[in-house]
Every structure is written in structure tokens, then in C-alpha cells.
Design a binder for this molecule. Structure first.
Ligand code: SF4
Ligand code: SF4
Ligand code: SF4
Length: 459
């Protein structure tokens, strides 16, 4: 056997065994995924993310363990002790969920308890100059932050921040439609000597060359996510701008150049459904021509939120993986598709299960834990602080492991939070993860680099 992808060393140090129990019976761990292709055999440990290539004989030995428990002697006879040492094969009474939870707890403890907020997701406005046919914010009241609220927000940041550079995430609506508020907050932080850096999710249609420079110099903007909808015709139909003369595909392409030229990383999120997907390969080729050297440009293809809940969700993902292969061939740098890197364990799913460190602020100054602003997830506001302590405590508790997740190899990737805490969870999560894992394994065998720019650092 041969390790073809190293595991997360933080985890292997905690869970790997030094010596096997010669009296125990052994079974296959829940946290394994087996994959074979054209006479090659892989096994992944989905807790450490290590991947080992097996010989046919080792593969056959593992297949037997999948069906029934085996003795220590069987493991020795088949020379697969390494699989037991690295926890692909475990003792019958080994409690893997407990081990997983203890590992996450240890990693969090080792990272230290950093008191104070480090990331503020700010909605300067919920208004937008587009009317995307799929906008999940449709129906939200349009509100824009006032300068008074912005001033209170700056006070709130200065009092609640962790003693380090503050991370601001501009979100909306279209955050650039609340440009003056962004300016106002950044200037005030600068004047107070509070170090900050920022990221933004935008349609980019309001970005100009001058603003891109201001974004770099004043907003300390490091990364931008721009949502695209594929080829120009599809984009125009789907974005449905109020003023298409001024705001359109060509303007957005220019804006992307301005941002990238300023050294700001631009992550293009290409939204697809079964109607626009057939034009995406052409679109990828256009992107390759448009951004010659791809400096600071990254791209990922993602299904529309609504499509994930449809009956063709897995068919759509299959097409997306094929297009991602084309993206590789065209050398268009990848970023993670809104999900997290699958090369290291996550101790949190996202900002929403990390309310000690991250907060979402609406234009009214109301707290939330999630950028989709579920109403039931608020516990206070910047004026009165915490008004609902019970809600805060509930959100601050580690999530319970769902019954379905407890039997699933992908729990370390999803975390217990995802299934019952994220509005983005979808029913076919297991099928999707199988597809994704097999796509990664296939690429590993082909020697394709599956690494992608991570769109969010560890929270
Ligand atoms: S750009 Fe974003 S906020 Fe604006 S309509 Fe489209 S999805 Fe909604
Ligand atoms: S959310 Fe779905 S894929 Fe993730 S661990 Fe739970 S059952 Fe598995
Ligand atoms: S809970 Fe889901 S939708 Fe909300 S911020 Fe986290 S990943 Fe995004």
C-alpha cells in the first residue's frame, strides 16, 4: 500500500495508534470511503482525509472486513496493519463519533479560546440594482443603513473586537448600492486606528476603476466574490438589471479586470441550473480568453440554491464536475465552491456555528448568525447588545449529531451543524458527497491537482 494523499497531520497525531491490540476483533471504520477504477484501488479516511492506494490483494482483504469482523491475525496475515494503525480499520467497540467529537474539541482547545469578535458580516443595504430570477432575498424589505447606525456599528466593533485585525465581510443586497456606508465605516475605523481588512460578495456592476482603487486603499478589500450566470445572453436574462444600459455583462467584465489589476482576488461564482448549463463550456472558454494570465482570478461552478432541492440535483452536480474538469484543462484557477476544502477537518461549519467570533449585522443593526438572515436566529442588536440570552446560548452550543449523520462517513466534512443548522442543507447531501469524493479520487489517480483556493480561512 502507498499513501497517495497525506492526511491532516493535526488529526493523525491525535487518532493514529502506535500499537494494535492482538486480542481484539476489527471492523471497517465508518470514516472510510472505498473507490476503484480500472484495476486501481483507493481507500480514504474521511476523518484524516488521507488516501491510500491498495494492491488488489489488500483491497480484497478490506472487502471481507466490510462484510464481517476479523481477528488481529487476519490483519497481520494480510499485511494491512497500517490500515488499523491509521484507523481505517478499528476495534469492534471503538466509538468513532466520540473520537470525532473529542478530536474537534482538542483542536479547538489547542487553537486557544480567543475572546472577542473577529469577523463582522455587514449588510450596508438589502437593496439591489438587479432582479435575479433566483434571488433568495426576494421579498425582504429594502433597508439601507443610516450613518447614525454606521457610527454605532463602529463603536460596537471597537468594543467587541478580538484584539487583532478586524475582518469585515460586505454583503447584501448589493453592498455597492450602500457605497457611502462602506466608506463611512472604513474611514471611521481608520481614524480610530482599528486595523481591518475586508471581503465582499457583489454583482460588481457598480464597480469602477476609481472605486477598485478606493477598495484597495480605503476598504482594504482583499477578496471579492462576483456572481455570474454563464454566457452573456443567460447573464442578461437572469440578472434582469433595472438599468441594463448602465449595468450589464460587459460592465461587470471590466469591473473584474479593475479589481484584479489592483491585486484584489476575484472569485467568480458561476450559478447554474439545467437551463444554462449547456452554454457553460463555451463561457469557460470566453473567460479563459478574457483573462489572459488569470492573475488574481478564480472560479467555481455552483448550482442555484433552488436547484439543490430539485429532483435533478445529482444530475446537475454530475454536469458541474465535468465542467470543472474542463476548467482544469483550461487552467482557470479554482476556488472552493462555497463549501470548504476537503483536505482538513473543520472545527466549525461556518460563521453561523461560531457566534463567539463571527456576527452578521443587518442594515438596522440587528444581529444574526447567518448571511441568509433567518428571522429566528437573532439575539440582539448593536444598540442594546444581547436581548435574548437564551437564543445566544442555544446558538453557541455545539450542535447535536443528527441520526443520519451519525452513520455517515462525511460527518467530519459537514460537521454536526450542517444538517440541522444551515438553510443550504439539501436532502441529497450523501449522494452529492459520494459524487464529489469519487471525482476527487478519480483526479488523484489522474494526477490532477484538486487543490483549490480556499474561500474562507479557518474561523
Ligand atoms: S445580485 Fe444578489 S442580491 Fe441582487 S438580485 Fe441578484 S441575487 Fe439578489
Ligand atoms: S449532512 Fe448529509 S452528507 Fe453530511 S454527514 Fe449528514 S448525512 Fe452525511
Ligand atoms: S448557515 Fe449555511 S447559509 Fe448560513 S452562513 Fe452558514 S453556510 Fe451560509
Amino acid at each position: 500500500m502507498n499513501i497517495i494523499k497525506n492526511g491532516d497531520s493535526r488529526v493523525t497525531k491525535i487518532i493514529n495508534k502506535k500499537k494494535l491490540n492482538d486480542e481484539a476483533e476489527y471492523r471497517l471504520s465508518i470514516y472510510t470511503y472505498l473507490y476503484s477504477e480500472k484495476g486501481r484501488y483507493l481507500i480514504q479516511n474521511t476523518l484524516t482525509f488521507e488516501v491510500i492506494e491498495l494492491t488488489e490483494q489488500e483491497w480484497n482483504a478490506v472487502q471481507k472486513i466490510k462484510i464481517m469482523p476479523v481477528s488481529y491475525d487476519y490483519i497481520v496475515k494480510n499485511v494491512i496493519e497500517q490500515l488499523a494503525m491509521s484507523r481505517y480499520i478499528v476495534e469492534m467497540d471503538y466509538d468513532e463519533i466520540k473520537q470525532y467529537q473529542e478530536t474537534v474539541f482538542l483542536l479547538k482547545t489547542m487553537a486557544g479560546n480567543k475572546k472577542g469578535l473577529r469577523s463582522y458580516t455587514i449588510f450596508p443595504t438589502t437593496g439591489c440594482n438587479a432582479r435575479c430570477i433566483y434571488c433568495y432575498e426576494e421579498g425582504y424589505a429594502v433597508k439601507t443603513m443610516t450613518t447614525e447606525t454606521a457610527d454605532r456599528l463602529v463603536d460596537f466593533i471597537s468594543k467587541t473586537r478580538y484584539n487583532d485585525t478586524v475582518k469585515l465581510k460586505w454583503f447584501g443586497g448589493e453592498p455597492l448600492a450602500g457605497l457611502n456606508i462602506i466608506r463611512h465605516i472604513c474611514k471611521a475605523l481608520y481614524e480610530k486606528g482599528i486595523p481591518y481588512r475586508s471581503t465582499m460578495t457583489t454583482n460588481a456592476s457598480l464597480m469602477t476603476k476609481e472605486l477598485a482603487n478606493e477598495a484597495k486603499e480605503l476598504w482594504h478589500l482583499e477578496k471579492v466574490q462576483v456572481s455570474l450566470d454563464g454566457a452573456k445572453e443567460d447573464y442578461t436574462l437572469r440578472k434582469n438589471y433595472y438599468n441594463p444600459e448602465k449595468h450589464n455583462y460587459d460592465v461587470v467584465m471590466k469591473a473584474i479586470h479593475y479589481l484584479a489589476d489592483e491585486g484584489i482576488k476575484v472569485n467568480l461564482r458561476v450559478n447554474v441550473d439545467l437551463n444554462n448549463i449547456e452554454h457553460i463550456s463555451e463561457f469557460l472558454q470566453d473567460i479563459e480568453k478574457e483573462f489572459d494570465d488569470m492573475e488574481n482570478i478564480y472560479l467555481y461552478i455552483a448550482p442555484l440554491f433552488q436547484e439543490q432541492h430539485g429532483e435533478h440535483c445529482i444530475d446537475l452536480y454530475q454536469e458541474i464536475f465535468k465542467l470543472t474538469d474542463l476548467q482544469n484543462e483550461l487552467d482557470i484557477p479554482k476556488s472552493t465552491n462555497g463549501e470548504h476544502q476537503t483536505f482538513r477537518i473543520r472545527t466549525n461549519y461556518c460563521m453561523a456555528d461560531n457566534v463567539d467570533n463571527c456576527i452578521v449585522i443587518t442594515p438596522d443593526g440587528v444581529f444574526n448568525n447567518c448571511e441568509h438572515l433567518p428571522e429566528a436566529q437573532s439575539w440582539g442588536n448593536i444598540f442594546d447588545g444581547v436581548t435574548d440570552k437564551a437564543k445566544f446560548d442555544e446558538l453557541n452550543q455545539p450542535a447535536k449529531v443528527d441520526e443520519k449523520c451519525a452513520k455517515c462517513p462525511f460527518l467530519p466534512e459537514c460537521t454536526p451543524f450542517y444538517k440541522n443548522g444551515c438553510p443550504g442543507w439539501f436532502e441529497k447531501c450523501y449522494e452529492y458527497h459520494c459524487l464529489k469524493t469519487e471525482h476527487d479520487m478519480h483526479n488523484l489517480l489522474k494526477g490532477v491537482n484538486a487543490e483549490a483556493e480556499d474561500d474562507d480561512e479557518e474561523l
